[in-house]
Structures are given as C-alpha cells and as structure tokens.
Design a protein around this ligand. Structure first.
Ligand code: NAD
Length: 303
C-alpha cells in the first residue's frame, strides 16, 4: 500500500540555497529526479515543477523588523507554485517558520497538502549533516502525506529515525531545539566568566562538564565574538519570542537569553575595537586585564 502511494520518481525543490542545495543533492543521490526552481538565482520556473507529487520549500525566512519571521517569500513561492501542482500534491516546508504557518497555508490553499519538515543541518557541513540527522521530523496533516514523506526521507536519510507529529508540533520542535542550543551557548559564556574569576580556564572545565551525557560537549565553546551568532540561532530565538508574545505569553527567560547574548557580543566587539574594557557592569562580571589577555585566551580556546 505504501509503495502504491509512493509513485514518486521526481521531486521539486524551491529555493536552491544552503538547505535547498542539500535537499537537491541528497535526493538526486537517492536516485530521484530533482527539479529545482530559484526565483532569484534564475534557475528553472514554477511550471517546471508540474507533476511533482512532493515539493520541498526551502526559501529564506529572515527576521522582520519586529523580530518575528518575514514569511513573504514563503507565501510568494507557494502562490506561484500552487496553480501548477496537481491536486493532493505535498509542499514540504523546510524553511524555519513560526508555529501555525503550515496550518495557515493549508487553509489558504486547500487543493494541495502541506507538511512541516524542519531542517537541522549544520551550516559548516550542510550536505553531510542533512543526510545524517539525529532524527527526521515529519509534521504532517494527513496519514497519506506522513506515509509518503517518511518513505521519501528514508531513501534520503536511511539511518535517521523518523518521528511523525502535527505540523505545529514540528514547527515548535525546531524553534524549541534552537532556543535550548542558544541558551546552552549563553550559559557556557556565563560559566566561562565565573571560572575566570578563579583564574581557571573554561576549556578545562568544559572538557569535564561536556562528558556528562545529560549535557553533552556541543555548544559549550566560548568564541572571541562571544555568545551565539550565525544565520539561525539569533533569528530563530527572536522569532520564537515574537511568536510567543503574539500568542499572549511573555517568555521572560527566552528574552533574557537573547538580550544577554546581544550584550556580550556588543561588548566583545567594543573590546576588539579597543574600546572600553569594562564588562557589562549590570551583571557584575569581572573586567579583563587591560591588554585584553582574558578575551584573547578565550578566543584561542575555540575549536
Ligand atoms: N542555513 C542553515 O543552516 C539552515 C538550517 C536549518 C534551517 N534553515 C532555514 O531554511 C530556510 C532556507 O535557508 P537557507 O540557508 O537555505 O537560505 P539561502 O538564502 O541560502 O537560500 C534560499 C534560496 O531561496 C531563493 N528564493 C528566495 N525567495 C524565493 C522564491 N520566492 N521562490 C524561489 N526561490 C526563492 C533564494 O534565491 C536563495 O537561493 C530558512 O528558513 C532558514 O532559516 C537554514
């Protein structure tokens, strides 16, 4: 029965950046015909995706001025592609989106199905980490869509266990995972300052702490830039805060982590430019020596 439903010999990929590129390469390696469309790179066109039963949506969702996710490209891409897709086709959203987005898309475009397949790849090694995730999350609105997507992903990432949840649960799982990783980095920075008070180097303590399986060694490093940066963690944390706020909840701890991160990164930037060597006075952390030795040591300790 599963095999009958999975008459998929070709898939579509919209947005051929880091995530879309990894999806396209992995699907192609798995023996599927991949049809790509990227509006701004001038690759393909929406009509090209006609006949695809499954289309992966991998367009950007940058931060909007209010800190939430800007979903303009998501809606623009779906609006373009929907008329060419056959009834019952599945748009698998890999873009990181706020909770409820996939349900809203499903309401607006009832002819096709939507699912949330959050992406957990690591930017420094996208192709390898895309096919070897800790888990594949399939947030599907129907059993048929779930079955097709689990089967498809088992061809692409055969080692990974698949978990089927509701779309909104998948959207939240992605954002909650990144919020926890962000908090872990922020905490590592704070703990490294505490260790410095005792003239103890954080990497030596980190090596011991990271061996605890409940904690794990990842996201404990303290960089010269301090805190967490990159394309995903700050944006996703702010996006979750904005989403929670719009649903009537003020997530104070999440806000604290985001503000703390902004503070320590700004301070590190000022220090790097030879500005004030005072640490944020508000949280009572120690001033580094005037030659910036403390900061330099932390910088060197990075893997
Ligand atoms: N980069 C990561 O490490 C990572 C990891 C997990 C999740 N994500 C999420 O995945 C999504 C994509 O991220 P990315 O890093 O691949 O972005 P990217 O900027 O590298 O690529 C996006 C591509 O989409 C194209 N595009 C934009 N609007 C389009 C449209 N309307 N139609 C067709 N193509 C369009 C762009 O030209 C670009 O090539 C984002 O929501 C991001 O938050 C990224």
């Amino acid at each position: 029965m599963i095999r009958e439903e999975l008459v998929i010999d070709r898939i579509g990929v919209i947005g051929l950046g880091m995530v879309g590129g990894a999806v396209a390469k992995a699907c192609s390696k798995a023996g599927l015909r991949v049809l790509g469309y990227d509006r701004y790179l001038g690759i393909g066109d929406p009509e090209r995706l006609a006949g695809c039963r499954v289309v992966f949506l991998c367009v950007p969702t940058p931060a909007s001025p209010d800190g939430g996710f800007d979903l303009d490209e998501v809606w623009a891409a779906v609006g373009e592609i929907e008329p060419v897709l056959g009834e019952g086709s599945i748009v698998a959203v890999k873009s990181t989106v706020p909770p409820g987005t996939v349900d809203r898309l499903a309401d607006a475009f009832p002819r096709i199905e939507f699912a949330d397949l959050p992406e957990f790849l690591v930017a420094s090694n996208p192709d390898e980490t895309f096919v070897n995730p800790d888990r594949v999350v399939v947030g599907a609105g129907s059993t048929t869509a779930a079955t097709i997507l689990v089967e498809l992903m088992s061809m692409v990432a055969p080692e990974a266990p698949a978990i089927v949840v509701r779309p909104i649960e998948a959207e939240l799982a992605k954002l909650c995972a990144n919020a926890l990783l962000a908090a872990k980095v922020a905490m590592a920075n704070e703990l490294s300052d505490v260790c410095a008070q005792y003239d103890v180097q954080w990497p030596r303590v980190k090596a011991v702490v990271g061996l605890d399986r409940r904690i794990g060694p990842d996201h404990l490093s303290v960089t010269r830039e301090r805190g967490f940066g990159g394309a995903c963690l700050p944006k996703d944390l702010d996006g979750l805060i904005a989403a929670a706020a719009s649903s009537g909840r003020s997530p104070s701890l999440l806000r604290f982590v985001a503000d703390f991160n902004r503070d320590i990164r700004m301070q590190a930037e000022r220090d790097a430019m030879g500005g004030s060597t005072e640490w944020a006075a508000s949280n009572g952390r120690k001033a580094p020596s005037s030659n910036g030795r403390q900061l330099t040591e932390r910088g060197r300790s990075q893997p």
